[in-house]
Each structure stands twice: as structure tokens, then as C-alpha cells.
Write a protein that binds this ligand. Structure first.
Ligand code: GLY
Ligand code: MN
Ligand code: MN
Length: 495
């Protein structure tokens, strides 16, 4: 990557400016933007550029939906100014940054994904007036576009404010004016915290943590029921994810010759080509790594005879993610014990999925899956029954480890700020989407199970939409039953 020519605010630039103070060209002395640049070059760079303004743009596909979401939010906070930032770039090291991902709250309400953007809902009449504050196109007159780190010459063309207005269906203004406006604003304000320190600093005397948290909780709960656009995106995410899993099966021999990283890289390629990114760090866990729930180091060996637990999801361009797990026999055939354990998890998942329907308690699918797993653990003699006693004491949890699922959407663990009564103690409704993902995990050093169990981990995870009359498995394109998985792998390896 190239270095910026002359970072306007660097020590080097300041030194250059100081050293030649007497001879500085007029523009440099005036605005400090041109250190070390001849007047001729500066003049040259300000002109000779075409007008590339885009006109008559069609609104983005979700514009009508984001308007509905803003209207719903407006109704919940009458008379209050609401500030929802997109977030800023975060430094990875020195002058490199992590890939930017807009805050879920901002993207949900605007459809926009710009860094440094801020949505403001200002009370007006009985409702609110929405404005999206964005960084405009770079100024060419003052040199910003080629001399500033955020200049478009370096980071690429942004939409002009007029273009953004057409695309998003929201009036757009220059975000650089916003902190001052917020400092001067009167009346009640709430901000979604954790995304933009400068915006929070501008509001510091006006907000409280408690009231801001209410806004975050409210937005989290609002996302529980997905609209038609969101359901379409979740289906796309699952479809791309299924193709990513197929990609992995086709290269298992290369993974065996290298490491779990080959699997991570293969899935990532699909995610980047068809979507925005992976929705979370892919878990590419071969052999005993399958028993580590968040195995994302992915630096271990891939061995024939072992299982591969692959938990991965493509995030779409509009930031909806799938969250799918398959546990695959690396050589294409489950061993007898692997299959016994796999079938137990499969049966538990079937019981869990059957419990997903409108009107059911959220906890029902977890309870149904845990019961099946516990029955098997008792049957295999790993824990002393009866099943009711084990469930009451939670003894199965040594091997089931985690809850059986969670809400899914723009965040992999979506709606995470929702109140308990609106989530785990709540009731399922059509339009909710959740994962059903039971698992059994026998740690490599678990002396309470027979040796042959140790180091085996199995999880099966699908993305289930609650419908009017039951549910729909959005990730059904990937086989789940053991014999179907084997047949699918064999076909992919032949093809
Ligand atoms: N991939 C994270 C989860 O399954 O919840
Ligand atoms: Mn998962
Ligand atoms: Mn999950």
C-alpha cells in the first residue's frame, strides 16, 4: 500500500512548513494544506476534473422499509431527539484500519453503511424529522481530496449529499457540522452509545447512560420481527453460506495438506465474492478443536478419520448474516461412534426445530433439544438417570455446554440488548428468525467419559424462520441427516 504523499497534520508536514517559513506559498500560509507542494502543482491539482455527480438515482431496495422502521422508532420516543451513529474507523496498527462495518442500529434505520455517518431524528410536530449526516465529497479546491487521509483520491469516491438523499430517501447534511449543532441543541436527547466518541462527547451534558440504554434496548427489540426485505436477505445469506460449505467440501484434501486455515480462507472467498464479509469469525474446528466452542484460531491440522465442525455464515451486502454449522467426516464417512453421537444431535435438533412455531415459548426449542440429548447421555451411561433428575440439576451441561440457539439477523446474536421478558422469556411470533443448534462436546481431557468419546464435538445449526403456521428452515439447502451428508460429500468430491 502506498503512503500518503503529505499527511497534512503529520510532524513531517509541520517540519516542512516551519523550515521554509519565509518562502511558503500563499495558500500554505493561509490554510496549511499544501506543505512541500509547489504553487504550480497545487494549482494544477485543483482543476481539470470532470463533474461526476450522479442524478436521478433510484432509492435503495430497502428505502421504504427503513422509513417504516424510523416511523416506528419515532412513535416510541415522541418529543425526543434521537442520535444513531454509524461508527468510525478503528486502528488495527499504526496507520492501518480494520475493515469498517456500520453499526447495526444505523444500517437498520438508514440502509446506509458509511463510516462517520449519523442519523438524527429531531422532534417535529407529533413525530420526527430525519436527517442523515455524512461526510460529503472531498473538496478539490482546498486540496482535501488528495492531501487528506480521508480524501477520495485515497479512499475512493463517496456519494455526494444530494446523491445520498436520493438513494436513502432521507435529507443529508455535512456531518462536520453536527457536533456543534448537538452542543447547541435543547430538549431531551438520546444517543446509541459505543459507536462514535466525538458525537457522544458533544452530547455529554445532555444524556444519561440509563436513557441511552433504553434507546438501544428498544432498537434491539424492534429488530426481533423481520420484515419481508430482511427475510429475503437472510435467505440470500443462507444460500451463499450453503455454497461456501460446498466450496469447503471440495477442497478438504488441500486442507488436509495444509491446515484449518485453508477451510477458513475458502469460505471467506465465497463470503467476500457474494456478500460483504463473514458475519462472524468462522469456526473451522477439526478433530478435538470441535469441542472448543469459539475455535477461531483455525491453525490446526485436518486429519482423515476426524470430524470437521464448520460454523460459518456469509453476511450479505446489506449486513444480514447466516449462522450455520455442519459437522462433517473429513474422509467422507462417519465412524460408528461419530455417527451415534451425530444422530443424537440430529434428533435433538429435529425436536428443537419442531418446537419453533408462533405462540410457542422461546424456551421451548431449547428444552426440547436438551431433553433428547440428556436421554442419550443417560442411555450411554455417561450420567446417571433418571433424565428428569439430570435435567433438574443441569448435569447434561458438562457436554451440551451452550444454549440451543439465539435470534439471528443483522447481528449473529441479534437483539442481544432486548429485555429478558421480550426475548428468552418471550413468545415466538411470525417473522422472528432464530438458530437451532444443539451440540455434544466431549473434551479431549474429560476423564468422566470412555476414551473413545474424548475429542469428539458435534453441532448442527440451522436458521429457522417462524412462519404463520410453523417454521421454515432457511438453511435447508445443506443436508443434515448423516447418510445425506455422506452422499452430498461424495457427490461434491466426484464433481
Ligand atoms: N457462530 C456463533 C454461534 O453459533 O452462536
Ligand atoms: Mn454458529
Ligand atoms: Mn449460532
Amino acid at each position: 500500500m502506498a503512503e500518503e504523499l503529505i499527511p497534512a497534520d503529520s510532524d513531517e508536514a509541520a517540519a516542512a512548513a516551519g523550515a521554509e517559513e519565509e518562502e511558503q506559498p500563499i495558500k500554505q500560509r493561509k490554510n496549511g494544506l499544501y506543505p512541500g507542494v509547489s504553487d504550480e502543482l497545487a494549482e494544477n491539482m485543483t482543476s481539470g476534473w470532470a463533474d461526476t455527480e450522479l442524478r436521478d438515482l433510484e432509492p435503495i431496495a430497502q428505502a421504504a422499509h427503513t422509513a417504516d422502521r424510523r416511523a416506528a422508532l419515532s412513535a416510541r420516543f415522541p418529543g425526543e431527539r434521537l442520535v444513531i451513529p454509524s461508527g468510525n474507523l478503528k486502528t488495527r496498527s499504526n496507520d492501518t484500519e480494520y475493515a469498517f462495518r456500520a453499526s447495526t442500529e444505523y444500517a437498520y434505520l438508514t440502509g446506509d453503511q458509511s463510516e462517520d455517518g449519523v442519523l438524527v431524528l429531531e422532534p417535529q410536530g407529533g413525530g420526527h424529522r430525519a436527517t442523515v449526516y455524512l461526510l460529503p465529497r472531498s473538496d478539490r479546491e482546498n486540496g482535501e481530496f488528495w492531501l487528506s487521509g480521508q480524501g477520495e483520491l485515497w479512499v475512493g469516491r463517496r456519494h455526494s449529499l444530494a446523491e445520498a438523499e436520493q438513494l436513502l430517501g432521507i435529507p443529508a447534511k455535512d456531518v462536520r457540522e453536527l457536533p456543534e449543532k448537538l452542543r447547541e441543541a435543547t430538549g431531551p436527547v438520546r444517543v446509541v452509545r459505543g459507536h462514535d466518541a466525538a458525537i457522544e462527547a458533544a452530547l455529554t451534558d445532555k444524556v444519561t447512560a440509563e436513557r441511552d440504554e433504553e434507546l438501544r434496548v428498544n432498537l434491539s427489540e424492534a429488530r426481533a420481527v423481520k420484515d419481508a426485505f430482511e427475510i429475503g436477505e437472510l435467505q440470500k445469506a443462507c444460500d451463499s453460506t450453503a455454497r461456501g460449505f460446498e466450496d469447503v467440501v471440495k477442497v478438504l484434501d488441500k486442507a488436509e495438506a495444509t491446515s484449518e486455515r485453508y477451510i477458513e480462507g475458502t469460505f471467506f472467498l465465497r463470503a467476500r465474492v457474494e456478500g460483504n464479509d463473514v458475519g462472524y469469525g468462522s469456526i473451522c474446528a477439526a478433530g478435538p478443536h470441535a469441542t472448543t466452542l469459539h475455535w477461531v484460531r483455525n491453525d490446526g491440522p485436518v486429519r482423515s478419520g476426524d470430524l470437521l465442525l464448520l460454523d460459518a455464515g456469509v453476511e450479505t451486502h446489506t449486513l444480514y448474516t447466516a449462522d450455520v454449522t455442519r459437522t462433517l467426516p473429513i474422509n467422507g464417512r462417519y465412524s460408528e461412534l461419530q455417527r451415534t453421537i451425530y444422530d443424537a444431535v440430529y434428533d435433538a435438533q429435529e425436536a428443537g426445530i419442531a418446537a419453533v412455531k408462533p405462540g410457542a415459548k422461546y424456551r421451548d426449542f431449547h428444552d426440547a433439544a436438551q431433553r433428547v440429548l440428556t436421554e442419550r447421555l443417560v442411555e450411554w451411561g455417561l450420567v446417571e438417570g433418571p433424565v428428569e433428575r439430570v435435567l433438574e440439576l443441569g448435569l447434561q451441561r458438562r457436554w451440551t455446554l451452550h444454549g440451543t440457539g439465539h435470534m439471528l439477523g443483522m447481528d449473529v446474536h441479534d437483539c442481544a440488548a432486548a429485555r429478558t421478558e421480550a426475548y428468552v422469556d418471550g413468545t415466538l411470533e411470525p417473522g422472528m428468525c432464530l438458530t437451532v443448534e444443539p451440540g455434544l462436546y466431549f473434551q479431549a481431557d474429560d476423564l468422566t467419559v470412555p476414551e473413545e468419546y474424548r475429542g469428539i464435538g458435534v453441532r448442527i445449526e440451522d436458521d429457522i424462520l417462524v412462519t404463520e403456521d410453523g417454521n421454515r428452515n432457511l438453511s435447508a439447502a445443506l443436508p443434515r441427516r448423516a447418510d445425506e451428508v455422506e452422499a452430498w460429500m461424495a457427490a461434491l468430491k466426484q464433481g
